[in-house]
Design a protein around this ligand. Structure first.
Ligand SMILES: [Zn+2]
Length: 238
């Protein structure tokens, strides 16, 4: 193969490989994000449960205070009973007592409900705390491997850049400019092999005449259809 062309194939491969690092790095970051998102979600749920429990506990405290007040009221009604002067006063006290008893019954029901809710939410809190701990452990593991993988990828990328710059320093500047011009639109497919008499960039078939010229030529040739630099695919010959 023509020396210039050989260098261009190598250069194009470098560019292709360098570009392929970005999605790999992004992929690693996305992996980590999935886990950190799960942790964030669990943390939010946990906060919500804690706030629910606090809310229930406050309500319970209030209910217990009211209950205390009502039982004091019933005691005072009993005391008033002892000193009631007439039937009218007694009747009024009975009614007052009934109302207080009813309020106590309603309140006791509320207290039961609140206590049950607190128990349920506390169990939920325990579960989610456990789940969160597991997820956080997973995140720190993933973080470690992701950081390591990214560092490795960056290192390999840097190495490729280094090798590429060495290659660039020895490529004929004219050939390099020619390549850069095509690369501007063809990106990483500026240099493509010919397979089964077709350009591997645009997938158009080369004419028999062009193909026979191409096979014996030692010059840098471009695809007559798309303008990409083409080279003979060694694997096809073998
Ligand atoms: Zn082509």
């Amino acid at each position: 193969m023509n020396k210039d062309l050989e260098q261009l194939v190598k250069l194009s491969n470098f560019d292709k490989n360098i570009v392929s690092f970005e999605p790999k790095i992004e992929n690693e970051q996305a992996k980590l994000k999935t886990f950190t998102k799960a942790v964030e979600k669990l943390n939010k749920t946990k906060e919500q449960i804690i706030s629910n429990i606090e809310d229930y506990k406050n309500k319970l405290e209030l209910s217990n205070e009211t209950l205390e007040e009502l039982s004091q009221k019933i005691d005072s009604i009993k005391d008033k009973h002892k000193i009631a002067k007439n039937e009218k006063e007694v009747k009024a006290l009975i009614v007052e007592d009934e109302i207080a008893q009813e309020q106590i019954a309603v309140l006791n029901e509320d207290i039961d409900k609140l206590e049950t809710a607190i128990t349920t939410k506390t169990e939920e809190l325990e579960e989610i705390t456990k789940e969160l701990q597991e997820e956080e452990e997973a995140v720190s593991e993933i973080k470690e491997s992701v950081t390591k993988n990214i560092a490795e990828l960056e290192q390999n990328k840097d190495k490729l850049f280094e090798e590429k710059s060495i290659l660039i320093s020895i490529v004929d500047p004219k050939v390099l400019t020619f390549y850069e011009k095509i690369k501007r639109w063809a990106k990483e497919t500026a240099v493509v092999p010919v397979k089964k008499q077709a350009c591997y960039g645009c997938h158009m078939k080369l004419t028999d005449k062009f193909y026979s010229q191409f096979k014996i030529s030692n010059e840098i040739m471009t695809c007559p259809h798309c303008g990409r630099i083409i080279y003979k695919d060694d694997s096809e010959e073998a």
